[in-house]
Write a protein that binds this ligand. Sequence first.
Ligand code: GLC
Length: 629
Amino acid sequence: MPPSSSVLRFRRTTPMAAAGAAALLVLGSTPVHAQEADPPYRDSMRAVDDRVDDLMSRMSLDDKIGQMVQIERGAADAGEVAEHGLGAVLSTGGSAPDPNTPEAWADMYDGYQRAAVETPLGIPILYGLDAVHGHNNVRGATIFPHNIGLGAAGDPDLVRRIGEATAVEMAATGVDWTFAPCVCVARDDRWGRTYESFGETPELPSELTSAVTGLQGEKLGDRPTSVLATAKHYLGDGATEGGLDRGDAVIDEEELRAIHLPPFREAVERGVGSVMISYSSWNGTKAHADRYLITEVLKEELGFSGIVVSDYDGVGRISGDRNFTPEDLRAGVNAGIDMVMISKNHAGFISDLRAEVDEGRVSQGRIDDAVRRILTKKFELGLFEQPFADRDLLAQVGGDDHRELAREAVRASQVLLENDGVLPLAPEGGKIMVAGKNADDIGHQSGGWTVTWQGGSGDTTEGTSILDGIREVAPGTEIVHEREGEGIDDSYRAAIAVVGETPYAEYEGDRPDGLVLDDEDRATLSRLADSGVPVVVVMVSGRPLEVADMVGDWNGLVAAWLPGSEGAGVADVLFGRSAPTGRLPVTWMRTSDQQPINEGDGQEGLYPYGAGLSYDAARPAAPEAPQLP
Ligand code: GLC
């Protein structure tokens, strides 16, 4: 039998700490739950449905509506969250404790959680954030390749293992909900979120929903480090006209179902615990207000029984700016949204939605359905039994094992697109110049959603730059770093130019005017090409860029995508410690005016979907890309 309900339980902590907690409760602190000592909902031996029924029978309408709020941490401290009985807290990109250390995250999380479990009902909160390529808000955490690189690797088990490692680093800090994986199907690479997609056809995003299993376990809560995963953004965020983030997907239902729905079906079949609604619209209807898609398709047709969560202030944006109105709440909740993510005004949310229920414009049944879904995930996660950070795991945050896994993923994601024999480079002898703005910049190689929302330049977190990786794997070669290729001459046996994009996220990355290399990169590449020294280009970017007019001057081209903190994985492939095995998860256009360009659309790009060379000439040709139904 589990210990009595009056003892605060710590997630996998030492018995001493738990005993200490018990002593605290006995020595003067009021009993944790003023109500009956052991109400049925606190009995972990009971069926979850029974626990939910019992708990809901004890909740007022305000208690229930409070559970439907996910508030940004900056808008409510632990006391306010507990006072209003809010269901969840979130950190938007970069919203971190100061100092931004794993220990400080665990302290912050436990502070919210302790206040929540000490309320009369003792309902723990969910704490969500975008751990989209590792626990990337936390400085020092392992940063894995962004999804487009994992799509190039195309290995479901690798993605599962990454999810598992990410969940461990999250559990160490307490955080129990990630808004990942994005299972969007990116159809127009001008979209600023292309790198968050596993690929341009439904096949790769569907196969790589193995991330859900990595994050949650085979069954949510089946291990102490199980965290709630989120399939996002439902539905059609990658289909908008012109690749405009939060734009309008003007496509028929047959295309929406054939291309964009399959990854969500797969995620639901894997038991994903939450689905996030897209800011975008489908044929002019905001997804956040689309009852057909949310309730009839997702909940009823696909049988999704988890939490439907809005995007950040997404309900408020139904009618215009981000501030919700009563009409917004009515539209979003009646469409089927269960948890509403908001930047502020949690008190107003509760009073506005209560009025909608009192006036009969939102049914009690809809509220009860939402709250049942939310409480069910909290029970399944084991939060009532083990609500706090698992500090025994802190040593694994950014630890060697996870960094080695990340380096393995970087190797697997490299796509070799051109090679006249210059690759693999010999690791011994002579001089090699390493140039380009992305050669020695952990921030650039990690991309957006890294420590901050938009990411940044320089040593934004701990890791190994591509340049440092080259020095590590080619110790017998003199490596000269010149960002702009200054001084290149025939004393060098080769030049490696690491170019591409600087970090961005969401609409900040929209490029409606085209996907081109910046002037600095073009000048560096010209200088190197003019020298006559063999040039290997490493493209660090979130998507294909225009290279057709320059690639003829290059001896090798590798798409490295956004590798994250372990840049040495790129060097492993350049110097032949590993052969390139990656394949393009998106068609590489000749020119941006071909966008959107996708497999099977009749256009001829520079490199097709599925392209990828190896060092072994005998490697079979790229597999026939799957034909869309
Ligand atoms: C953002 C994104 C979404 C993210 C959420 C919380 O605007 O659209 O992907 O999960 O807000 O940060």
